[in-house]
Structures are given as C-alpha cells and as structure tokens.
Design a protein. Structure first.
Lengths: 254, 264
C-alpha cells in the first residue's frame, strides 16, 4: 500500500513537472497553456470575485438533480426489466434505441423546449444517464445467482418478495458500481450542456474563458471538474466499502 | 414406520434440447414414510437432482403423480426444506440472519424469538460462536451447516438434500454425515437425500433407491437394515459390505447395459 501511494504521488509530480517545464520554460505560449502559478492565481481571483463556489454549487446542484431523477426511475425499471418478461418487452426496444442516440445531439431541441433553464440541464442529464443506467441495472439484476432466487422460493416467498429481498439485495453492489460509472458520465453531459447554453456553472465559466482568451480560467475549470469527479468517486468507493463489507471478504478469499 | 409422506407414481420429466426430446425421468415411482431417511443414488445425469427439484416444486413434471401428504405438489412451499449443493447462503447476511431469514414468513414470531431460534439451530449444527460471521468468512463445510440450520429452522416435514456434501473434502464430508445423523435424530423429519456416493447413501439411509441414466429410472430399491446410531466402524461390517456389493454390482450392470445399448 505504501509503495502504491508513493508511485501515485510520483506520477502526479511527473505530470506537474512536465507542465511547469513547458510553461515556465517558455516552450509553449501562455496564451495556449498557462503556468501552474497562473492557474492558481485564476482560482484566487475567482474566489475573490465570489463566482468560484457559486459555479461549483450551481453545477453540482444540476448534476445531482439530473442524476437523482434518472436513478429514481432507472432502479425500479431496471429491476423490473430483469425479472419480468413483459416489462422487458415493453422497455428494451425503446431503451435500446434511445441509448444509442447521443444525448448531446438533443441539446438544440432541449433549448427549444426548455430554454436555458435548469430544466434543460436535467433533461440532457436524464437522456444521458437514465438510458444507460437502466440497461446496466437490469444486467446487474440478471447476473444474480439463480440458486439464491430458488432458495427464496423454497422458503415460501412470492415472486415480489424474492425480487425485493433477494434479487435487489444481491444486485446492490453491482448497482452501486453502475451509479459510480454513470455519475462520471453525467459530468460530461452537464458540462457540454453548460458550454452551449448557460449563464452560470463550471461549463459556462470555461466558455467565458475562451471568449476572453483567459486560458488560465479554462484550465482551472477543467481541473476543478476533474477534482470534483475524483472526490465523488472516492465517496462512492468509501460508500461501497461501508455498505458491503462482505463483498470485500469475498474478494480477499479469492 | 408411520404413514406415507411422499408418494411418487410414474413420474415423467421430459424436456426439449436442440429440438430433440430428452427423457430425464422415466416412470419414477417411490415412497417416503414419515421420519424415514431415503437416498436417491446414481451416476451423474441419471435425473436424481431433477427428481428432487420436482419434489421441491422448483420444476414441473410432465407426467405421473407426485403427492406430498396426499396432495399433488404444485410449486415450492414451506412444508419442504431444501439444502442445495453450494452457494445458497445470502452473502450479505450474517450466519444467524441467514437462518432467521427462513422465519420471515412464519407468523406470530417476534424479532427476538426469531433470533433465538436461529441461534439455537446454529448451536444444533455445531456453529455456536459463529453466529455473526459472513458466509465469506466460513469454510464450505460451515456454510453447509448454516444451510442445514436454515432448512430445519421452520420445521418442514420433508428435508430435501441435493448432494449437499458433494463439494466438501473427504474428512469434512464424514463429519457432516455424522452431524446430519445427529440432527435428523433430534429433529425427526423425513429426508430425501440425493448423492452419487455409495458409502454415503448406505451409511445414512433407511432405504436406498438406485437410479440409472438415459433415461433416468429407478432400477433397484434396497432397505438398509443396519442398527442406529451408526459410526464409521459400521462401514467395515459384513452387513455394510453386503449392501455395498449389491449396489455396486447394480451400478456396474446398468453401465454395461448402457454401453451395449450405445453400440447397438
């Protein structure tokens, strides 16, 4: 573990060093790539202007809402698709089709419908997240060991009880993994939506940076999104370890 | 012996695979009395597990009659307990929760009563002190003990065991057989035990049904008249060896018959 941390830190340092060399060394024009110092300076500026935390909060609110709305629908429908042939027949063709339509391509239409409101962001996030989630959650449920399901029936459970007490619980670690993955994708959809049509948020700030040739603010925006993503990812993995201690024991046993 | 618990008459099971109809069970008839220990013994593919699944209500027969206490079996139910070969514990639950889970549908029990019963049955199968272990923290033998406790805790009349010790090493297997004998003596239920191990079948059973494959048929029925309780020494007795010779020669005979049929 110690070795792992050491190598990880070293790998970040190497990237930072390379960045410093090409910028401070004057190899790349600061117009195209700011120095690390300039980027930190941009951060301080934005904080002083009072827009930094506001941007983060606005973007975070949008992604959270879009993600939660998608997930609230995706979990029950995904489970139903895995356990009921009728639900599968109803949803699979539809989901299969929309899943391959790039959510980003709906942005012009979404602006027509919802303007540049938050609703428009939720809509794009829903398109991007829900249709992926629902298929992946259905798969999580389908891979539940058949003998666990049969145990439920031999104990006198109805199909509904088996679904709730066994299928859902057994699929839950997989579902949490799915959420972790789709949460990452959600960031991309959000930022694209904000780049095109927004008056606040991290994506909007990046677009502003381009308009005023403030490359340092562009790079700052990208880095901040990266860090926020990393933070939530760590949160998901912490949650996973807290919720499923037995899963880690199974892995240790293998 | 008491009354008939399970009555199977000419049970058929066919299924279609690659557009060909395959007969998994061909006119299987057998009975299990109350508190009787019956083994279904045969090579793999003889349909013994298929028959157990029919009795458990997990599959449906395609012909014949299969009655539990005089009533045709229709679906799974709590009058039967099932112990599968492996991987049947819910991995997110502690051992005691796995056992108590079987009491979820038992009316009129408080949470603490359920816990008490789960602890009691875990003690019965020799797992005192392991109540709060996850399945992943237990060996295969211990996991099967939990599975047995779970199948017994709601007191089914008929216990169905599908090669429950098949995945265990020889020593653990012996211990589990003795444990099962002890528990069965205390709990007094009927048992249908599916195995391909001749020694195991004789050692445990009151009666052994020998099956042959393709199609699955019962070819011999042997009553094991050995005293109880039994121990390992009994496996060297003349009586035990007599039964073993009987069964092994039947298995060999069926195998050569099959070879002839395949060549013809």
């Amino acid at each position: 573990m110690k070795k792992y941390t050491l190598i990880s830190v070293a790998s970040i340092l190497v990237v930072l060093a390379a960045w410093s060399i090409v910028t401070y060394g004057g190899i790349i024009d600061p117009l195209f790539l700011p120095t690390p110092g300039d980027t930190i300076h941009a951060l301080v500026e934005e904080i002083e202007e009072g827009i930094f935390f506001q941007d983060v909060a606005v973007s975070f609110y949008r992604i959270l809402m879009g993600f939660v709305i998608s997930t609230i629908f995706a979990i029950p429908i995904g489970i139903k698709m895995a356990t009921s042939r009728i639900w599968l027949a109803v949803w699979e063709p539809f989901v299969g089709l929309v899943r391959y339509m790039p959510a980003v391509a709906f942005i012009p239409l979404s602006i027509l419908w919802f303007g540049t409101s938050d609703l428009q962001k939720f809509f794009i996030l829903f398109l991007g997240v829900f249709f992926q989630e629902v298929i992946m959650i259905a798969d999580n449920c389908k891979t539940v060991n058949k003998s666990l399901i049969e145990v439920g029936y031999t104990l006198g459970f109805s199909k509904r009880e088996v679904t709730r007490n066994i299928v859902f619980r057994a699929a839950l670690p997989g579902i949490v993994d799915t959420l972790r993955t789709t949460w990452g994708w959600a960031w991309t959809y959000l930022v694209v939506a904000e780049l095109v049509a927004a008056s606040s948020g991290l994506g909007f700030r990046i677009m502003q940076g381009q308009r005023y040739l403030a490359t340092d603010r562009i790079v700052l925006g990208i880095l901040v999104i990266g860090f926020l993503g990393l933070l939530t990812d760590l949160l998901f993995s912490w949650l996973y370890r807290k919720m499923f201690p037995w899963k880690l024991m199974e892995k240790a046993k293998e | 012996m008491g009354e008939v618990m399970l009555q199977a008459d000419n049970v058929m099971k066919t299924f279609v695979s690659n557009k060909k109809e395959i007969t998994a069970l061909d006119q299987v008839s057998l009975t299990i009395q109350q508190e009787e220990f019956i083994s279904l013994l045969g090579p793999s593919g003889c349909g013994k597990s298929t028959f157990l699944r029919l009795v458990a209500g997990l599959d449906t027969k395609t012909g014949g009659s299969l009655k539990l206490n005089g009533v045709e079996i229709n679906g799974a139910g709590r009058d039967r307990g099932v112990v599968f070969q492996q991987y049947s514990l819910l991995p997110w639950m502690h051992a005691w929760e796995n056992v108590a889970f079987a009491l979820k549908k038992t009316p009129g029990l408080s949470a603490s009563q359920k816990k008490e019963m789960a602890y009691h049955f875990l003690e019965l199968v020799g797992l005192k002190g392991f109540e709060k272990h996850y399945p992943a923290q237990m060996s295969g033998g211990m996991q099967q003990r939990v599975a047995i406790a779970r199948a017994l805790v709601y007191r089914p009349k008929l216990l169905l065991m599908d090669e429950p010790f098949g995945a265990l090493d020889a020593q653990t297997r012996r211990d589990m057989q003795d444990l099962l004998m002890k528990v069965w003596t205390e709990e007094k239920c009927s048992v249908l035990f599916v195995t391909h191990d001749v020694d195991e079948a004789i050692y445990l059973s009151d009666r052994v049904y020998v099956m042959s494959a393709h199609p699955g048929r019962i070819t011999k029925e042997i009553t094991i008249g050995m005293h109880r309780p039994r121990d390992w020494n009994d496996m060297l007795s003349e009586q035990f060896l007599y039964y073993k010779r009987e069964i092994v020669s039947e298995l060999v005979k069926q195998k050569s018959l099959q070879r002839e049929a395949a060549q013809a």
